[in-house]
Design a protein around this ligand. Structure first.
Ligand SMILES: [Zn+2]
Length: 460
């Protein structure tokens, strides 16, 4: 047998089974063989990865490219993603216009600028979006959407429009119903946050003389505001029999709820959390750089989220990556009410999960591979991704578990001038990243040009 590329002598992390010493054969874009190390295989190119761990390429399904900068500029940030082992992103966008007209434009920008493979999730904001859903799915092979409970009854103000839907519970149910009719493979990302609570507490705090800290920000939306909204979302989804992906779960209270309702989690539910909720607290030095919604809470919340991962309640990690630099983040001031939402950080996802999850907490590497790749591919209907098996896309993050690196924006090749993780000591950085058979990072350095990434159509 002869292959294009042979990855040999690595510790291969199979998401469903565990770690095995095998060699992997790649032909073109696909994995064509998993070989016993003794077996003789000829190859055009051989990568000896002795001592390293071969993980499935990371899929980050929570990106916001194009919020503060142009979509074009932000897609260039995907180079930092590759340096961190990410081989596929799913980007969110939401615009109160017809997606049949809008989407081809951003897809083209992605194709011209992305360093890695990408797909999209689109926010449902108007009746037109609901009416055009089926055509959007079939025309673009786009099978994931988003529902913003945090914009409930405020869409028209936020987007300066007059045709926004209320984003009520009834809207949530009829959208899930409609998606189910189109295909059981569609999935709805839901931002869970009870905004009656959030808005009332925020208004109260704004009247007071508060500190400009993450701890103040945390008080605007306590864990129970998320947990209440999550529970109602799970229950309504259960009534419809739909598929939801609860994005960026941030609180211990939500884990408390999840633990008590296994019957609501049996089908059609994936729960996501983010590296910042797992590694930072409201006391962290980075301060308001890490202002985000929902807020980062306490050490107790952080520990409960890790327990949620260990118990299989939380099955996905996404970064909520928002490219911006300090001058944009603090354009209107550095106070708690002035700092803008969101921060970059996708590149650090895998090293943080390996350092904090595997090394410090003993979570097996196969579990890390599940929540950073396999389960996300499954939830987002990315059929060729997220696994190391014959026929799958040859996407790998080949990581070094021994060498310690200190996080800086430069280390990640980030466009931004800050990182909320700056100064953290981490292991698990890729020596190689491979996307569809192509080595795109070598010795931690990007080796290819932007615009090589492919839009991934998804079938129903
Ligand atoms: Zn987000």
């Amino acid at each position: 047998m002869k292959v294009d590329l042979l990855i040999k002598n690595g510790n291969v992390v199979f998401p469903k089974e565990g770690v095995r010493k095998v060699n992997i054969g790649v032909d073109g874009e696909k994995i064509v063989g998993i070989f016993d190390p003794e077996m003789k295989v000829e190859a055009n190119e051989t990568l000896d990865v002795t001592g390293l761990y071969v993980m499935p390429g990371v899929i980050d399904a929570h990106q916001h490219l194009g919020i503060y900068n142009s979509v074009e500029e932000d897609f260039r940030d995907t180079k930092q993603h590759a340096v961190g082992g990410i081989t596929t992103v799913v980007n969110y966008d939401r615009q109160p216009v017809s997606y049949l007209e809008f989407f081809p434009k951003v897809r083209q920008i992605g194709e011209e600028n992305s360093y890695i493979d990408f797909s999209y999730s689109l926010g449902i904001l108007t009746e037109q979006h609901i009416d055009e859903l089926e055509e959007v799915v079939k025309t673009f092979g786009l099978t994931s959407f988003k529902f913003f409970r945090n914009y409930e009854r405020r869409l028209n103000d936020i987007f300066k429009i007059d045709n926004g839907i209320n984003l009520s519970s009834m809207d949530l149910m009829r959208i899930l119903e409609k998606m189910k009719e189109i295909s059981p493979k569609l999935i709805l990302g839901v931002h869970c946050e009870n905004m009656d609570i959030n808005r009332a507490l925020t208004a109260e705090l704004m009247q007071q003389d508060v500190d400009d800290t993450l701890a103040t920000w945390s008080k605007t939306s306590p864990g129970y505001a998320e947990a209440e909204s999550l529970l109602s979302t799970l229950y309504l989804n259960h009534i419809v029999g739909g598929n939801i992906f609860a994005v960026h779960i941030s609180s211990g209270a939500s884990v408390d709820v999840l633990e008590k309702v296994p019957w609501l989690l049996e089908t059609g539910v994936t729960i996501e959390t983010c590296p910042h909720y797992l590694t930072l607290t409201e006391e962290s030095e980075t301060g308001l750089h890490a202002k985000v919604g929902p807020p980062i809470h306490s050490k107790w919340d952080q520990d409960r989220l890790w327990e949620g991962i260990e118990k299989g309640l939380i099955n996905a990690i996404g970064t909520d990556h928002v490219p911006n630099s300090r001058n944009v983040k603090f354009a209107t001031g550095e106070g708690v009410w002035d700092a803008k939402f969101g921060f970059p950080g996708a590149g650090a996802l895998l090293p943080l999960m390996i350092t904090e999850g595997h090394k410090k907490r003993g979570i097996p590497l196969e579990r890390i591979a599940q929540i950073t790749s396999y389960q996300i591919a499954k939830a987002f209907n990315l059929e060729e991704k997220g696994k190391i098996e014959v026929g799958a896309d040859a996407d790998f993050a080949i990581v070094d578990l021994e060498t310690t690196k200190t996080i800086t924006p430069e280390l990640m090749h980030a466009q931004s001038d800050y990182s909320v993780y700056e100064g953290m000591e981490t292991v698990g950085w890729p020596v190689y990243t491979i996307n569809r058979g192509e080595i795109i990072v070598k010795d931690g350095q990007p080796t290819k040009e932007l615009g090589r990434g492919k839009y991934i159509r998804r079938s129903i």
